[in-house]
Ligand binder design. Structure first.
Ligand code: PGA
Length: 252
């Protein structure tokens, strides 16, 4: 059975003492569902702190929000996946729409980052999703399929077993406007089908496909309840302990 995942994406928020306070609250959460996992995507300076605070908690993991596509060397300001691995970090968010848009990351760089992560045993959370202009033209399926094929299709099937994909329609990120449960299910089923066509049903069924875009305590249950939605990648609402707790408890 594939994992059901509540992943937090704190983005560039919280000062050190605020991060520590939130992590100490999250540490108290109980995750009863054996198939559920919680992943905390925190800013680089808090990765080790987060790992230390949750170290004895089953089913809790820490993620970086970005990584370099290079392995080491003269890349001032960059962080390699080998460094993340050496710090005990298990996951990295790759290809978030904010990185694609604001930092000009294209599918080629994203594919390189995926390779770098897999080489160093850091598990990627691969993000995809269309802007509003594309959805208005009803071209979201082709748009997302291209992101998948250019970002992932170079990988052999064994690397995609139990992989994590996050579908985040850009028009729903930080806007308070979520995709409806039906819209989310329809795209998630499409993504699974694209993966099944390329890699077979077994691999596609093992992939956790998370929904992201204005997930909150109040809407998580309905969205996560959809057949092909395996949890969420949560921005704003993950900064609030009780909201995020509701979201974790909404996993199926
Ligand atoms: P949001 O962000 O939950 O604040 O919409 C989601 C994300 O960008 O990962």
């Amino acid at each position: 059975m594939r994992k059901q995942i509540a992943a937090a994406n704190w983005k560039m928020n919280l000062l050190y003492y605020e991060a520590k306070d939130l992590l100490n609250k999250l540490k108290e959460f109980k995750v009863e569902n054996e198939n559920a996992e919680v992943i905390l995507g925190v800013p680089f300076p808090y990765l080790l702190l987060a790992n230390e605070i949750i170290k004895n908690k089953n089913s809790f993991y820490v993620a970086a929000q970005n990584c370099s596509n290079h392995s080491s060397g003269a890349y001032t300001g960059e962080v390699s996946t080998a460094m993340l691995n050496s710090c005990g970090i298990n996951y990295v968010i790759i290809g978030h729409s904010e990185r694609r848009e604001l930092y000009c990351e294209d599918n080629k760089v994203i594919a390189e980052k995926i390779d770098a992560a897999l080489t160093n045993n850091v598990r990627p959370i691969f993000c995809c999703g269309e802007p509003l202009s594309v959805r208005q033209k009803n071209e979201e399926n082709q748009y997302v399929e291209k992101q998948l094929s250019e970002g992932l299709f170079h990988l052999p099937a064994e690397k995609l077993q139990n992989f994590i994909i996050a579908y985040e329609p850009i028009w729903a990120i930080g806007t308070g406007k979520t995709a409806s449960a039906v819209e989310a299910q329809s795209m998630h089923a499409y993504i699974r089908n694209v993966m099944a066509k390329k890699y077979g049903v077994g691999v596609a069924d093992s992939i956790s496909i998370l929904y992201g875009g204005s997930v909150k305590g109040a809407n998580a249950k309905e969205i996560f309840g959809q057949k092909d939605v395996d949890g969420g990648l949560v921005g704003g609402a993950s900064l609030n302990a009780s909201e995020f707790e509701m979201i974790i408890h909404s996993l199926k």
